[in-house]
Design a protein around this ligand. Structure first.
Ligand code: GLY
Ligand code: MN
Ligand code: MN
Length: 415
């Protein structure tokens, strides 16, 4: 079987002309202060095309006679540095993981580039200029592009990002299996929350049961900072303080996800702190659940994100109208004030934006909610869905969701 990263580079190069080049940086660690650094997160686009996660690497692609030639630049890390921070990727390892044609030490990058630019009469060089998500890598793209522009004003500089994005939007089988892995670890973390949730705990204390279980189960980290929002806190969509005491009778909204092998889960569940929903909480919960199920039912290739937003709103509106909370559709925005979901993958809010038509191979979230401040109730239910040829598959279907399942599990398993 062909190496997946090579296959991706070949697909990418179908957007390039013979002789065109493309340069992508993995990025470098960012300093916090003094001798301390943020944990390094490689440029996802670089990872997507190489399978490599180390810092200070450069991928150089050139299209030659319709084929793609890939050169990887790596650090030649001195022995005394290795004693402090460990080794970086070695030449043979890099070739075996990414199937690049050659590996060269990074100090030779600019002389290599100069030679190739001089070979071309009207050279075109692509960079990954995605401003929003890859600032750390972007700095290096911009720096390199500026250097080229000064030295060779005739070089045509272009942005490759849109083409990488179009590839990343559609997940291959390997990626789907990795997303499933992240979801499964998230499921274990959620079960551990349910076993240990009690009134009078602090939100950060119950958060720690998720943290422990996903780490114990091999997660590499978090897809994002967990949201653990009890009672009225849950009406703040991105509440991350997690420092309030959970009251008896509160619902607690959890929005969390593990990252495993670079792929992510993004799940929301809302549980009663004491294991039992009040009648009112149950009523509102079931309106959200019904809207979520209606949206999921409608997912298939060809449907648009705005179609699904409409289905969510219509069902939330009808539900709230039925219980007398609102009288017309305009009032819904007081209680539901976000979109239905987003693409998911290497990034939690993955490449592809918010306004798209569904295609086979996309993985999306469906996450309607209701946020009723005057009643101290915030509920969101979020699942991760694969778009298939004929419809969809709920990748997170193994995570407890109905009122009966939640109450039953908490009754039997609460510590
Ligand atoms: N956890 C952020 C989101 O659901 O989009
Ligand atoms: Mn979420
Ligand atoms: Mn989400």
């Amino acid at each position: 079987m062909e190496n997946i990263y090579l296959l991706r580079r070949k697909k990418l190069s179908s957007n390039m002309r013979n002789g065109d080049m493309c340069i992508i940086f993995s990025g470098k660690q960012v300093r916090i202060s003094r001798d301390e650094y943020y944990e390094f997160n490689t440029n996802k686009n670089f990872y997507y095309l190489t399978g490599l996660k180390d810092e200070n690497l450069i991928l150089f692609i050139r299209k030659i006679n319709g084929d793609v030639k890939s050169t990887l630049f790596i650090e030649n890390r001195p022995e005394d540095m290795i004693k402090w921070i460990g080794k970086t990727i070695l030449k043979d390892e890099a070739i075996s993981i990414s199937s690049v044609d050659e590996v060269i030490y990074i100090d030779e990058f600019y002389s290599f580039l100069n030679n190739i630019i001089l070979e071309e009469e009207s050279p075109t060089v692509y960079f990954d200029f995605d401003r929003d998500d890859y600032r750390h890598a972007h700095i290096y793209s911009e720096e390199c592009a500026n250097k080229l522009k000064v030295k060779y004003p005739h070089v045509d500089i272009k942005n490759i990002y849109v083409h990488i994005k179009n590839l990343r939007i559609i997940k291959d089988d390997y990626e789907i299996s990795k997303i499933k892995g992240a979801i499964d670890i998230t499921r274990l973390g959620i079960l551990n929350i349910m076993r240990n949730l009690k009134p009078n705990m602090y939100e950060y204390q119950i958060e720690s049961y998720f943290d422990y279980m996903i780490k114990y189960s091999g997660a590499n980290g978090y897809a994002f900072k967990s949201i653990v929002a009890s009672g009225e806190n849950a009406v703040i969509l991105h509440y991350i303080e997690n420092d309030n005491k959970i009251k008896d009778g509160d619902l607690v909204l959890f929005d969390l996800g593990a990252e495993k092998d670079f792929y992510r889960a993004d799940i929301s569940r809302t549980f009663p702190a004491n294991g039992k929903f009040t009648d009112r909480q149950k009523e509102i919960y079931n309106i959200v659940l019904n809207a979520q199920l209606k949206v999921i039912d409608a997912i298939c290739p060809g449907v648009s994100q705005s179609d699904l937003n409409e289905i969510a709103k219509e069902n939330l509106y009808l539900g709230l109208k039925k219980i007398g909370k609102i009288a017309n559709r305009e009032e819904l925005s007081n209680y539901y004030y976000h979109g239905i979901g987003h693409l998911l993958g290497l990034d939690t809010h993955d490449v592809g934006g918010r306004d798209f038509v569904y295609k086979e191979g996309m993985v999306v979230t469906v996450e309607p909610g209701l946020y009723i401040k005057d009643e101290g109730i915030g509920i969101r239910i979020e699942d991760d869905i694969l778009v298939t040829k004929d419809g969809h598959e709920v990748l997170s279907s193994g995570i407890i969701k109905t009122v009966d399942e939640i109450e039953g599990f908490m009754r039997e398993n609460c510590n």
